[in-house]
Every structure is written in structure tokens, then in C-alpha cells.
Write a protein that binds this ligand. Structure first.
Ligand code: DLL
Length: 438
């Protein structure tokens, strides 16, 4: 598969480490000199940038948190004057003060390259017609993919999110070959295609999908690949870290390459902050090595993963993060038991007859209660053999054996759960609204 930046993508791991060391030391000084928050943070932790000389010193550098961005809304963490900013992106602010992420012209160049690299790594070429259904605007998905795809030479269809009927028409008429969207929207598109009598094998030309922006499972991958007749590639990113394009799967699909020339990635124990070895599961912490506008140091992503530096058969030497195991703040504690939504998804997707649409609700009366609502697929729903009560019992039993606690299961008619054009809202924790969540 042709690489976008072959010399960089195949650097020897030692050379990557050497480059990272040199850049890490520089970016620490850069952030310290230009951003008052970092000067304060270093002083509070009795650390000086002069203490950071090699990668072994990295654990001395204080962490940066999402709340730091909120507290310094909108321009407080800028390392350059606002006049040097050419682009702002921002979170929606639905869960509090929004965060703003700023880019200089140099940052934009890097981001574009990273996105072009990500697309090429996933197998996209300049011959492809790429339909970008990520939201254009303050969300990083739309414009991030857009510029990367243009740099790679793809023919871009900048349709943005929403209007599913038109998405399908364009996909068919333009002979779209690459689809960029959330996995939950792809599930919805597959369903809408079926309802519109569109047969992906006969009527569509899709070959690759770039999925990300939300957690998704191997079971969901299989389901979408089968229903849209394409290869689904995983692409990870975060608004604060250049949006999509931080890490991406190659054709080997054995983890997502994180670009070591831009990101220094560590895993830590989320409770103690202690740095873990490659191969140990922990919270991903990332330092951006060349960012001009907002050089975040040791940024706590809250995403849980394992780092792997083993050689990849694709020839790329950059470390891989193994498929995300959820977020540390996604984990639900129900009656004292840790429950990851991804566990529930895996159980549901493994049962034939359950549609890939579900919702998890937790509330508390005296004790915590876990509800799982899942749709039945239309074929099963219409079949005379379908016995709702015994099927509900089977789902509840499968969940209990994995989660070790009981969930109240409700099976719903096809189409009952609200569909989404962006990120799915699968978990509703009613305890949070009442201050009861633990
Ligand atoms: O979702 C950036 C993005 C856009 C990534 C388009 C990929 C495609 P945020 O809105 O800041 O940014 O959300 C970031 O989404 O911390 C993860 O928890 C989750 N996430 C992103 N990609 C993946 C993925 C964009 N491939 C948060 N697998 C991250 C699992 C993902 N979770």
C-alpha cells in the first residue's frame, strides 16, 4: 500500500525515539516560556524545564487536563498571539464550558499531512471518491478529513452530516468509494439503504470506510462490513490533538499506528499517574511534539489502551495502540461492579436477531439499576418463531454471565431507538442528573 510520507513512516524505532527526545525537551521549554499556566504548573510541582533532558524525565512533567482548557476558555492556553491563529475548532459545550482548540498556519500544514497519511495508511488513494459525512464547522471531523483527502488527491464530496436520503442518492450517483462517518451513522445508512431498496453490492461502489469519533466493537465492524459491502478501518482522534488522524489502522488491522513524529504517547495508571510499560493497559497520555498554537504537554485523554512497539508487517515502524478499550470515565459503576458499555455491546451483537441499536440506562432507587434496551432486527420481529419473553430471558442471562450483575432487558420493535447522524448517545446515567453517580 503506498505510503504518504514513506521516509517518516518507516523510520527505525530508535530514530523515532531519538527525534521524540529532542522534540520533547524543546516543546517543554516552548510551553513553559510562552504559557503562564505551564509556568505555574511547573512551579507548583517543583519542576524546571531544565530538569527535562531525556525521555526518562518525562514522568516529571505535570499532566494537562481537559478542565485546563475549559478554565482557560477561549484563548488562555495560546502560545502565540491570536493574530497568528488561522483556525479555531471547539467542542459543543453541552457538558459544560466548551473547549477551544487553535491552529497556526504551521499546525494546519501538519494536520493536513497527518490526515493524508491516515487515509493512505487505511488504503485510500488519489483515485478514490470520498464522501465526508462528518460535520463541517467547529467539529474537527469534517474539515480534518476534507483537507487531508484533498492533499492526497481524492475527489472529495463535502456533504457534511445529515440528510440520509440525499447521502444515499449521492453515494449511488457519484459512485462514492470511501465513506467517512461514525460507525453508528454507517449502521443507520445501511438500514436506510435497505429500506430504500438500495443493494450495496449491486448499487453502490463503496470499498473503504473511515470510522471513528466513538467507541465501536469488532462485532459492529463485521455487521457494517457485511451490510455495506466495504472494509471498515478504525481511525482515532480527539479535538484537542488535531482531531481525527492521531492513530489509524493499516491493512494489517492489528492496532492503530500513532504517528511518533508528532505524538509522544504513554499509558499511565489513571489512579496513580504512574507510567506503564508497553503492553500494559492504561490511560493514554499524549504530548504533541510540534504544535505551535497549543502545545499540550502530557494530555490526559481518558481513553484506555495498550501501546505496542512490535514490528508491523506493513513496514510502518510507529507504535500502535491496540483497539480502544473504552474511556476511563465511560466505565459505569453499578452496585459496586465495574461495567463497560463495550461489554454490553459485545454481548448484544453476538446474539443473532438483535439489531445493532441499543441503549444503556442506569438509575438508582435505593440500589443501582441497570436497564438495557435493544432493538430486534426486522426479520426476527416479523417471524412467527419469535417469542419475546424467552428471548428477553436469553439476553438477560448472557449479560449476567459477562457482567456478573443483573440487567433489566427490554426488547424493542425495529426503529424504536432514535438514530443519529453523528456520535451515538448509548449510555444514559440518570444518577448523574441527581448527583448520585459514583
Ligand atoms: O471525535 C475526533 C474524530 C473525528 C475522530 C472523526 C475520528 C473521526 P472528540 O469529539 O474530541 O474528537 O472526541 C474524542 O472520541 O477521546 C475517544 O473517546 C472517542 N474516539 C475517537 N475516535 C475513536 C475510535 C473526535 N476510533 C473522543 N475508537 C476520544 C473509539 C474513539 N473511540
Amino acid at each position: 500500500m503506498p505510503m504518504f510520507s514513506p521516509e517518516i513512516e518507516t523510520l527505525k524505532p530508535d530514530a523515532i525515539r531519538e527525534y521524540q527526545e529532542e522534540r520533547f525537551v524543546k516543546v517543554v521549554k516552548y510551553a513553559y516560556e510562552r504559557i503562564p499556566m505551564y509556568r505555574r504548573r511547573f512551579r507548583e510541582n517543583n519542576v524546571s524545564p531544565d530538569d527535562i533532558k531525556r525521555l526518562e524525565d518525562v514522568p516529571k512533567v505535570p499532566f494537562t487536563y481537559k478542565d485546563d482548557l475549559r478554565e482557560h476558555y477561549p484563548y488562555g492556553i495560546l502560545a502565540v498571539p491570536v493574530a497568528e491563529i488561522v483556525r479555531f475548532h471547539s467542542s459543543s459545550g453541552t457538558t459544560g464550558t466548551p473547549t477551544v482548540v487553535s491552529y497556526t498556519r504551521g499546525d494546519m500544514k501538519v494536520w493536513t499531512t497527518l490526515m493524508a497519511r491516515a487515509l493512505a495508511t487505511a488504503g485510500v488513494t488519489s483515485e478514490d471518491i470520498l464522501q465526508n459525512t462528518y460535520g463541517y464547522g467547529l467539529f474537527t471531523g469534517g474539515l480534518g478529513y476534507h483537507y487531508g483527502a484533498e492533499a492526497l488527491g481524492c475527489s472529495v464530496v463535502p456533504i457534511g452530516s445529515g440528510n440520509t436520503k440525499r447521502q444515499l442518492e449521492i453515494m449511488k450517483d457519484f459512485k462514492t468509494t470511501v465513506l467517512c462517518c461514525t460507525p453508528s451513522y454507517a449502521t443507520y445508512l445501511a438500514e436506510a439503504a435497505r429500506e430504500a431498496g438500495i443493494d450495496p453490492v449491486r448499487d453502490l461502489s463503496l470499498r473503504i470506510a473511515m470510522f471513528g469519533a466513538e467507541p465501536w466493537s469488532e462485532e459492529q465492524r463485521k455487521h457494517i462490513e457485511m451490510n455495506l459491502d466495504l472494509k471498515a478501518m478504525d481511525c482515532y482522534g480527539m479535538s484537542e490533538l488535531y482531531g481525527p488522524g492521531v492513530a489509524v489502522e493499516c491493512e494489517c488491522q492489528n492496532g492503530l499506528h500513532v504517528w511518533g513524529d508528532e505524538f509522544y504517547v504513554e499509558t499511565i495508571d489513571p489512579d496513580t499517574g504512574e507510567v506503564l510499560e508497553p503492553g500494559e493497559k492504561g490511560e493514554m497520555v499524549i504530548t504533541m511534539l510540534n504544535r505551535e498554537a497549543m502545545p499540550l504537554l502530557r494530555y490526559r485523554t481518558r481513553d484506555i489502551c495498550v501501546i505496542n512497539w512490535d514490528e508491523c508487517p506493513c513496514g510502518r515502524s510507529h507504535p500502535r495502540i491496540m483497539r480502544l478499550a473504552g474511556r476511563s470515565d465511560d466505565m459505569l459503576i453499578v452496585g459496586g461492579v465495574n461495567v463497560f458499555p463495550s461489554q454490553i455491546e459485545s454481548v448484544l451483537f453476538d446474539i443473532p436477531g438483535i439489531a445493532p441499536q441499543y441503549q444503556i440506562i442506569v438509575d438508582r432507587d435505593i440500589l443501582d439499576r441497570l436497564y438495557v434496551k435493544a432493538e430486534i432486527d426486522p426479520e426476527m420481529w416479523g417471524s412467527s418463531a419469535f417469542d419475546k419473553d424467552s428471548f428477553t430471558g436469553k439476553v438477560a442471562e448472557n449479560l449476567r454471565s459477562i457482567l456478573t450483575i443483573r440487567a433489566r432487558v427490554e426488547l424493542l420493535a425495529p426503529g424504536t431507538i432514535e438514530r443519529t447522524e453523528g456520535k451515538a448517545k448509548r449510555v444514559i446515567d440518570l444518577r448523574k442528573d441527581t448527583g448520585l453517580a459514583r
